[in-house]
Design a binder for this molecule. Sequence first.
Ligand SMILES: Cc1cc2nc3c(=O)[nH]c(=O)nc-3n(C[C@H](O)[C@H](O)[C@H](O)COP(=O)(O)OP(=O)(O)OC[C@H]3O[C@@H](n4cnc5c(N)ncnc54)[C@H](O)[C@@H]3O)c2cc1C
Length: 425
Amino acid sequence: MNKAPERQSYYAATVNNTTEYPRLQGDEVADICVIGGGFTGLSAALKLAERDYAVTLIESHTIGWGASGRNGGQLIRGLSGQKALRKKYGPDIEAFINRLRWRGNEIVEENIRKYDIECDLKYGYIDCAFKDRQMRDLEAEFEKSSSMDMADHFRLVGADEISEYVGTSVYKGGLFNDRDAHLHPLNLCLGEARAAAGLGTKIYEQSPVLSITHGKEPVVHTKHGTVRAKKVILAGNAYHLLEQKKVGGILFPAGTYIIATEPLSDDLADEVMPRDLAACDVNEMLDYYRLSSDKRMLFGGRCNYSGREPKDIKATIRPRMLKVFPQLKDARIDFQWGGKIGIVINRIPQVGRIGDNVYYAQGYSGHGMNQAHIVGEILTEAICGQMEDFDVYAKAKHWKIPAPRWVGNNMVALGMLYYRMKDLL
Ligand SMILES: Cc1cc2nc3c(=O)[nH]c(=O)nc-3n(C[C@H](O)[C@H](O)[C@H](O)COP(=O)(O)OP(=O)(O)OC[C@H]3O[C@@H](n4cnc5c(N)ncnc54)[C@H](O)[C@@H]3O)c2cc1C
């Protein structure tokens, strides 16, 4: 068991790889220096290493310490910000969205297979509707998926049969598909890091990057060392404050929280999650949940946009869980934790370049397992000279709030009140 205090999630308590990487000491050179050991940084590092680049990855804490190693573990199709992408690019963007919407799932599957990563992958996911209008949206999505040859993978689930998928009476129905999945995200991070290291990537932990000196060959500085590289990828997401003049004012960190019950009896586990799926409701302020491989209910929700952490996560999340699953009233809560997601106002990931050799990618607004792997591949292609997909993101316009982060966070919190009201209607 890893005892680092930041890792007292269910995932931290069940890691299957305890490799520790050294601190960066001294001066090094690399083709590519990646800052951040979450899915964005790891997936880019792995793809680049597969293409024979000499990669150095630097992480402030430990691999998977950020959102990537703490999240709900739900690997869900689609791109964040699809609506805004459609608004900016019109109908031409459909081909891009359709080509990429499963790509993150595929990359994860490829990595798991190719590098033998044990991370409890299980298929099946359902979106759940509380209201008729939400059900109509799911019906429209079902129609669309059917028209794209995906009918075999999707199933519209009515009120009469929803309890065969999720053991609760709170929903009007749902949209099931058998291609989305759930898994142990920290073990996936650690497996991807092991794979990259096996291909020669140098990984450093406990080495916060303090600054980047720009130039023909940018230099990345930590307290005890430097890396001079031909190109740099900044993948610190909601946890970094580097290069704020260029990238600041667009991403706002929000907290989201998860509790894990004790392992449930087989009967109770079958009652609440008869098909062992990942599930989300379709509210703007959504709840997400699934069983772990040892049959704990992992139940997450409640975004905190103000930047203030809740004093007691269990007290906030457990009542939400009991609304959906009153059957769990006697289940002990063994773990509670949270992490930061990067909210971008129009939900389009913030991807771009500073000068021509420092790339950045962040802000998946809570939908990052799939999206971070897509972006990792897009960054790799851009570094190899294929700019088309990168440019789709880099040319997107973002709202920039030219004020300190706490002001921006409070504005976003205020904006989210609107969505909270909408959920209630
Ligand atoms: C509780 C929770 C539940 C979620 N559930 C889901 C889900 O079920 N499905 C889904 O698709 N998405 C989910 N998300 C979102 C998803 O986890 C993120 O979008 C995704 O992991 C972001 O990956 P990332 O690599 O960009 O950022 P992160 O995983 O946050 O990684 C950034 C890394 O950079 C490091 N770093 C920052 N600054 C520096 C620096 N100066 N020097 C060195 N290193 C630095 C950090 O320590 C961190 O490890 C959830 C997020 C949270 C917090």
